[in-house]
Design a protein around this ligand. Sequence first.
Ligand code: HEM
Ligand code: HEM
Length: 216
Amino acid sequence: MTTSPSPRRASTIRAVVIIAAIAVPLVPAGFWLGEVVPMMPAPLQAPELGLYMLARLFALTGFVLMFYQFVLTARLPFLEAVLKRPRMIRSHRLVGRIGFLLMLAHGIILLAMDPSLYTEKTLGLIALILLTVAVVAAWFFRPLKLSLKTWRSIHLLAYLVFPLVFVHAITLGATVTAYRPVWWLLVVLFGGYCLIVVYRVARISRSPGPRRDRAR
Ligand code: HEM
Ligand code: HEM
């Protein structure tokens, strides 16, 4: 059983969580910026270079936002003590849309600039296809007339996407491979994802029957 913190303590913890959530994507963005600034004004003058750099920023931010999606939906008791579940689901839908559009733009830009495929890049392509299916099922479940069970099952594909994207980024990314703190950040986020998967599997195996408390 989790004891709820006092309202004052809860709002302090909430503020810290929100500030941390905003600060984390700024870490890879900062290293990315450190690379872009000395190149100036070249990325502004050469559209190809500018787009390539932008596509990398989209990917780094999208990766962090994707990690948040697992945290926001994991029903972690310590987080639910300070952030109400409906608020987390609302954030999940909004951040999920933004993150998805960033990752989509990243993939489309880099594929359009160089359509050749090799293993590490193909992993990104497979991840993007699976993610698109998972997100479209949740985003457009009404027009697609998908039942709750169907779109939720399709949406679970997101769990497959993160490991693919992790390997893709860690093997291919210029920022990730050049800057140790960015590399470590990705490793730590991936470790967090693994812990969430273990927690969720353990909870499912402990639960007595079908869950009825799922919110849309
Ligand atoms: C980067 C994109 C996204 C990822 C990685 C992602 C991932 C996830 C994951 C892992 C779950 C938990 C599934 C489970 O274990 O039961 C989930 C649930 C959910 N997702 Fe997403 N999602 C994304 C985008 C979206 C979008 C764009 C929407 C809607 C517009 C959405 C709506 C939902 C809803 C409503 C739930 C159920 C939450 C609950 O009741 O617990 N997701 N998502
Ligand atoms: C069609 C799909 C995709 C293609 C063609 C693609 C292509 C690439 C390429 C060529 C790079 C290396 C860029 C460089 O550093 O020089 C890269 C890096 C990266 N990709 Fe993808 N990718 C795709 C999908 C994804 C998805 C879905 C994600 C999810 C977040 C992702 C995340 C990353 C990350 C984080 C990096 C590292 C960026 C950096 O270190 O600067 N990619 N991708």
